[in-house]
Each structure stands twice: as structure tokens, then as C-alpha cells.
Design a protein around this ligand. Structure first.
Ligand code: BDR
Ligand code: CA
Length: 313
């Protein structure tokens, strides 16, 4: 996984550690929701709370390829993870950088790996440009990012792609199967408010943490009717899409990233025409890589999958 932990990246990590069908090999960290040193610290703390076995955690890019970092502390708190006051991490980060660790873990894996970026794609772009041979042992990249309809960082751009659009453009041309867990499905998976409340009363650190994170996630909007607000699963939905791919409906579509300066920068342009590329083909202009774009999600199934895997009491 490649994260900018981050409230919902933390949920994604909890799920990746605790789902019995997943084998989390390494976590790399990138600037995004907060600065990369906070991301590393938050990631180590979450892995402690989850009771994860020892695994490499590596620090990566301190900023996007071209632009300065633009953290989302207004969403994720001053420490990037809700200012929960978690204890200092017991485990340590690797002395090696993220790209080195990604290369080694991918090439060393006896089975092709799935890369799961839930953050700006700077580390992944650097990896693909520095060590392109890794694609030989990548089965699929399932990334949280992009939007088919509305954005969040801007009216049209989703945060992870908007934060480093050039890196996202590199990812799309990786030449391996890619699933885009878009903002459209990201927003729909909610854990009901009474479940969130129950998680928060747990004595078990990982279960309690899941409840605290969900209660701080702003993706859910107000509670429907009476009772506590539901909590959005956010990035953890992308991990659900790895563990249980049948929970999303995808369509193979051409996707590109708007790179020009201005109001559309960072927008993912998803070509949903019935005969895509017909105009471009007729004029002999460029084509765009095909990406499996998640258009629908079984939200209840993914919320249930998360609770069944993470809850320990
Ligand atoms: C993405 O941006 C971040 O704030 C979240 O962690 C998620 O990865 C949603 O646009
Ligand atoms: Ca994230």
C-alpha cells in the first residue's frame, strides 16, 4: 500500500492488516493529507494499533513532482489523523526510501502483487520511471483517485490526482491492469452511526481506533434522521475492492488527466461515450489508456466486510 495517512488511509491500513485474505507486504508513505513525516508517524501508529506483524514502512516523496505540497489538514486534523493523541509508535520506519522498498518487495514476491495507492501518486510515478521492470510482477494497481462526475479538491478534480496530476498521468500509462476506485464510489460506502458508536466503546485498540476515525470522517454528511452520523469508509473502500472485487461494477474506459494550468487541472477525463475515441481515431490523434473505472459499489457489502474484518470484540 502507498498512503498519505490520513484518517481514511488509516481505515484502509486496519482493513489490509486484519482481512484474512490479504497479505500486506509493505507500506510506503507520501506527502498528501499531511507532510510525509506525519504520514510515516501516523502509519506506524496505526500498524501498532492493528497489531500488524513486522513489515517495512518507508518514507517517500516530500512533495509532488512539480507543485508544492498542499496538505488537507482542514479535513484530517493538524497531525493528519484527527489529533487523536495516539501513543508514540513502537515500531520504526525503514532506513530505505519508498521507491527502493517498493522495488525490492515487488520483485521479491513469489506471487505478482497488487499495488494499492490511496494517496497522491508521486511515489508510484517515481517507481515506474526508476524501475520499470517492477511491472513484470504487478498483477494490478487498484488506486483511490479521480472522479467520473464531481471532484472534491476542485469542482472537477479529486484530491489525490489534483495534488500531483503529472504523477497520476504516469500511473495511467503503467501498462498493467488498473482499477480506478473513483470519488463517485468512495463517497457512497458508509458505516451506520450505531455501528460507529459501538466501535468507539471497544477496549481493543484497533476496533476503538476504527470507531474514532469513522466518527471524524467528513465524507458521510449529517445523520439521516435521529441518531449518530454514519462514517465514510473512504480509502478503505479501495482495499475492499481488492479483497472482494465483485462488490464494484467497473467499465473499461479511456482515462486521461487534465494537466494544463487553470480550473480543470487534475480532472480525470473519463470517456463514457458508447463509441469512445471515434473522433480522435478519425483525426489520427492520441488514444488514452483503458482503465477499469468503478462506477457502482455495493455499499452495504463493503461496510459489512470492513466491520467483519476489523472488529475484534
Ligand atoms: C482522497 O483524498 C484524501 O483526503 C483521502 O485520504 C482520500 O485518499 C479523497 O479524495
Ligand atoms: Ca488518502
Amino acid at each position: 500500500m502507498d498512503c498519505d495517512t490520513g484518517l481514511d488511509d488509516a481505515l484502509a491500513l486496519l482493513l489490509a492488516v486484519r482481512h484474512p485474505g490479504l497479505d500486506l507486504r509493505a507500506v510506503t508513505c507520501v506527502a498528501g493529507n499531511t507532510d510525509v513525516d506525519d504520514v510515516v508517524r501516523n502509519t506506524l501508529r496505526v500498524l501498532d494499533a492493528a497489531g500488524a506483524p513486522p513489515l517495512p514502512v518507508a518514507r517517500g516523496a516530500v512533495r509532488p513532482l512539480i507543485e508544492p505540497a498542499r496538505p488537507a489538514r482542514h479535513v484530517h486534523g493538524t497531525d493528519g489523523m484527527g489529533d487523536l493523541g495516539l501513543p508514540a509508535p513502537r515500531r520504526r520506519a525503514s532506513d530505505e526510501n519508498a521507491v527502493t522498498v517498493l522495488r525490492r518487495e515487488i520483485l521479491a514476491s513469489p506471487r505478482p502483487v497488487t499495488l494499492v495507492p490511496t494517496a497522491p501518486l508521486t511515489n508510484i510515478a517515481l517507481l515506474l520511471r526508476t524501475h520499470p521492470e517492477v511491472t513484470g510482477n504487478i498483477e494490478r494497481i487498484v488506486f483511490m483517485g479521480g472522479a467520473v462526475s464531481t471532484g472534491n479538491a476542485t469542482p472537477v478534480a479529486e484530491f489525490n490526482v489534483w495534488h500531483d496530476p503529472e504523477a497520476a498521468a504516469v500511473l495511467l500509462t503503467a501498462g498493467v491492469p488498473i482499477t480506478m476506485y473513483s470519488l463517485d464510489v468512495f463517497m457512497r460506502v458508509l458505516v451506520p452511526g450505531d455501528e460507529v458508536r459501538r466501535l468507539r466503546t471497544s477496549w481493543e485498540p484497533g476496533t476503538w481506533l476504527a470507531g474514532e476515525l469513522l466518527s471524524r470522517l467528513p465524507f458521510a454528511g449529517p445523520a439521516a434522521g435521529e441518531g449518530p452520523a454514519a462514517g465514510g469508509l473512504g480509502d478503505a473502500g479501495a482495499v475492499c475492492a481488492v479483497a472482494d472485487p465483485s462488490g464494484i461494477v467497473t467499465r473499461s474506459l479511456p482515462v486521461s488527466v487534465a494537466l494544463a494550468p487553470g480550473r480543470t487541472r487534475g480532472q480525470t477525463i473519463v470517456d463514457r461515450r458508447e463509441t469512445p475515441r471515434s473522433y480522435e481515431t478519425a483525426r489520427g490523434t492520441e488514444t488514452h489508456p483503458l482503465v477499469d473505472v468503478a462506477l457502482e459499489v455495493d455499499a452495504e457489502r463493503y461496510a459489512g466486510l470492513f466491520l467483519d474484518s476489523v472488529r475484534r470484540d
